[in-house]
Design a protein around this ligand. Structure first.
Ligand code: 5AD
Ligand code: SF4
Length: 453
């Protein structure tokens, strides 16, 4: 079969990283090999993110860049198929088709298992001299997972496993319920099968993915109603899995049973990404978050009772409509209270079609910027403090790749910290995919470093 080149650019969250990997899998049997530059690719996919305005605008500027490459290829008598996938495609599919005629196809996050068919259809239309425009933004999730489960997995030490998708929470700022659709949990039987396949392929760390991962629910092999805690306990029994993580969780679904898993299971890593978004109860209510700052802090307190060393990560939005200085102060207080090991923070960005975009009293851009820089300074300080707190300790590190220096490898601590380990140039290859003990002897805001213990 003729070899072809596939370039995929991934924007946004880990779900998109996962989807990109699956697109590579579905295109492989068609003869497409992944390449890391778009210039000479036969198929270019932009796997987009719609969560904030900036992310969506970037897509259009990338389309402009790729148009030039496509034109150059065309002059040489070769075709390039340009596809836009992901959440911008889902939300603004028709608009992309209108605004960017160079785009050959647009497909949403729930239809990319059809990618081979779409590409072949586009190429056959092209060969007949017709302008092909394909738009596929259906939202039926189950068919996709059925198709994807049939694919083989590549050998790697870490892997994502999507266990649920979509969201029914309707936070008033968020597009996810519209772009990824309603909450859908995959069947436990299928998940166990997929997980066993991963373990067989050498995966030692699995990250369970979902927009609302702890809303997961299903019926077990013996007819019991299971939620995330039972699923984690089941997967931890699979031979080979030494580390299990899950993301992203909503405070609403942090049940006592789930907290207990962190205390009981050595496989469940001491790290939790638990977005709070804001510290003011008034703002949380306007965001439709269904938790307040006290109930969020209670979860963190109870979690630390189960697992005292757990590292907490979060998401924050500043400048949500109506946010006053006083409200923002409460966000800063909550951060001081919780002490985050790392976090993501954003300026509120009005998303078309969401309730918050229609709210009066939108906050001025310069106030948003000022609040964001104060919040980020505090979070950065906390991240540095957390990283410094492990100096002198020995941590188990899963080696994922080569390090910054030639004699170093890169890995992750149980707390998700990036770790640079000096091992000697001769050991760099053999340590890939292994879990090793590392004595930590240095730290800064972004990573920690050490030597083999
Ligand atoms: N504006 C800014 N940040 C947003 N997020 C989601 N929607 C918006 C928005 N409209 C952030 C939230 C969420 C993370 C994935 O992105 O913090 O947890
Ligand atoms: Fe968006 Fe809220 Fe659902 Fe998270 S819980 S995906 S922020 S609507």
């Amino acid at each position: 079969m003729e070899k072809k080149k596939l370039y995929i650019k991934t924007y946004g969250c880990q779900m998109n990283v996962y989807d990109t990997e699956r697109m590579v899998d579905v295109m492989a049997p068609e003869g497409y090999m992944e390449t890391d530059t778009p210039e000479d690719a036969d198929l270019v996919v932009l796997n987009t993110c719609h969560i904030r305005e900036k992310a969506a605008e970037k897509v259009y500027s990338d389309i402009g860049r790729i148009r030039k490459m496509k034109d150059t290829k065309k002059k040489d008598g070769e075709e390039m198929v340009l596809a836009v996938g992901g959440c911008v495609a889902q939300a603004e599919g028709a608009e992309i088709m209108k605004r960017a005629p160079v785009v050959d196809m647009v497909f949403g996050p729930q239809t990319y298992h059809n990618l081979p068919d779409m590409v072949n259809q586009s190429l056959s239309l092209k060969s007949q001299g017709e302008k092909s425009r394909i738009l596929d933004t259906g939202l039926a999730v189950d068919e996709k997972f059925d198709q994807l489960s049939k694919k083989d997995v590549k050998k790697k030490a870490t892997a994502f496993l999507t266990i649920q998708e979509g969201c029914d929470k309707f936070c008033t700022f968020c597009v996810v319920p519209y772009t990824r659709g309603a909450e859908f949990s995959r069947s436990i039987e299928d998940l166990v099968k997929d997980a066993e396949k991963l373990a067989k392929a050498g995966v030692v760390e699995v990250t369970l993915l979902g927009q609302n991962v702890n809303a997961f629910h299903g019926v077990s092999e013996n007819g019991e109603e299971w939620r995330l805690p039972q699923l984690i306990r089941r997967l931890a029994k699979i031979d080979g899995f030494e580390r299990i993580r899950y993301t992203t969780s909503h405070p609403h679904d942090m049940t006592d049973e789930l907290l207990k898993v962190h205390g009981d299971l050595k496989e469940c890593m001491p790290y939790l990404h638990l977005p709070v978004q804001a510290g003011s109860d008034r703002i949380l209510k306007a965001m439709n978050r269904t938790h307040d700052s006290a109930s969020y802090k209670d979860i963190i307190r109870d979690l630390r009772k189960e697992r005292p060393d757990i590292a907490i990560s979060g998401d924050f939005i500043v400048g949500f409509p109506g946010e006053t200085d006083e409200d923002f102060k409460e966000t800063m207080e909550l951060v001081r209270d919780v002490k985050y090991a790392q976090a993501y923070s954003f300026k509120y960005s009005p998303r078309p079609g969401t309730p918050a975009a229609e709210m009066d009293d939108q906050v001025e851009e310069n106030i948003k910027s000022e609040r964001l820089s104060r919040l980020q300074a505090l979070l950065k300080q906390q991240q540095a403090d957390f990283n410094n707190s492990v100096i002198g300790k020995t941590l188990s590190v899963l080696i994922e790749g080569k390090g910054k220096a030639e004699d170093a490898v890169f890995g992750r601590s149980p707390y998700m910290q990036a770790v640079q380990v000096k091992v000697g140039a001769d050991k760099v290859e053999e340590l890939q995919g292994k879990i090793v003990d590392v004595k930590i002897n240095g730290a800064n805001t972004f990573y920690i470093e050490g030597i083999l213990a």
